[in-house]
Every structure is written in structure tokens, then in C-alpha cells.
Design a protein around this ligand. Structure first.
Ligand code: CMP
Length: 138
């Protein structure tokens, strides 16, 4: 599935009213939404989703942030999806993100950075399966 990536609109961007603007940026850039839901991660969900970061000093803060309110989770389809989506969202730290990127426009700081984008085809598949059953992907 090299033509798919997984994204979340994170709690900060939902709280700040940016769901519509972010989805507009995503679809205008040529990504097709093949799965989408409005949901909230439990503490345990967030711990599991970010298990790869469990040894990082920011892990506890990250789990608390990602579970504090609703998110939008989606699977996106486009040629070269993972790489192109990471270009669209910009650097992890919005202070370093390029002009016009989603994080430059909508992120607060390196922790509360508005959106997630998978970093590899393998993780896109794992992360998509974490949130969606096969019958929810169109
Ligand atoms: P993302 O790259 O989507 O996945 C890992 C997340 O950890 C990252 O977004 C941020 O939300 C968070 N993160 C990364 N670096 C830091 C940091 N230095 N301090 C706090 N949170 C961070």
C-alpha cells in the first residue's frame, strides 16, 4: 500500500477549530480520503499508538496530550502518499516548518503540532489498522 498514509488531526487543532481548514488543505493537495472518523484515544490507546516513543522524555506528555480530547483519524490515498503528506504537513517543530505547510499554519509548538503523518509505508499500514477495520476503508 505504497499509495496510502495515515493521519490524525490532533486535539490542539480540533480545540482551535481547524478541522475544516486542515481537511481542505489535504484534499486540495490531491489526497483522497478513503477512511475517516471523529474519535478520542484512551490513555491506553495513546500509550500503545506511541509505544515506539516510550523511552523518550516527552512520552508521558505526548500520551496525555493525544488523549485529552477528540481527534480526526483518516487514511489518505495518493501516489507517493507518505512522502508527499510529510511535505504537506512540514517539520515536526512548527518553528522550523516551511511556509504554507499545515504545521506552519495551524500548529502551536513541537508537542502540540496539529497533525500526524506516518513516517513509512509500513507504519502507515500499522497505524491505519490500529484505527480502522477493513469494512471502514473505502
Ligand atoms: P509526531 O511526529 O506526529 O509523533 C511524535 C510526536 O511526539 C510528535 O508528533 C509530537 O507531537 C511529539 N513530540 C516530538 N518531539 C517532542 C518534544 N521534543 N517534546 C514534546 N513532544 C514532542
Amino acid at each position: 500500500t505504497t499509495n496510502r498514509t495515515f493521519t490524525m488531526i490532533k486535539p490542539d487543532a480540533v480545540e482551535n477549530g481547524h478541522i475544516g481548514a486542515i481537511l481542505e488543505k489535504i484534499t486540495s493537495a490531491g489526497f483522497k480520503i478513503v477512511a475517516m472518523k471523529y474519535t478520542q484515544l484512551s490513555t491506553r490507546d495513546a500509550q500503545e499508538f506511541y509505544a515506539v516513543h516510550s523511552e523518550r522524555p516527552f512520552y508521558g506528555e505526548l500520551v496525555e496530550f493525544m488523549s485529552r480530547g477528540p481527534i480526526v483519524a483518516a487514511i489518505l490515498e495518493k501516489d507517493n502518499a507518505v512522502e508527499d503528506f510529510r511535505a504537506l504537513i512540514g517539520a515536526t517543530n512548527p518553528a522550523e516548518a516551511a511556509e504554507g505547510t499545515i504545521r506552519k499554519l495551524f500548529a502551536s509548538n513541537i508537542a502540540e503540532n496539529a497533525v500526524h503523518g506516518s513516517d513509512s509505508d509500513e507504519n502507515a499500514s500499522i497505524e491505519g489498522s490500529f484505527h480502522f477495520a477493513g469494512r471502514e476503508i473505502f
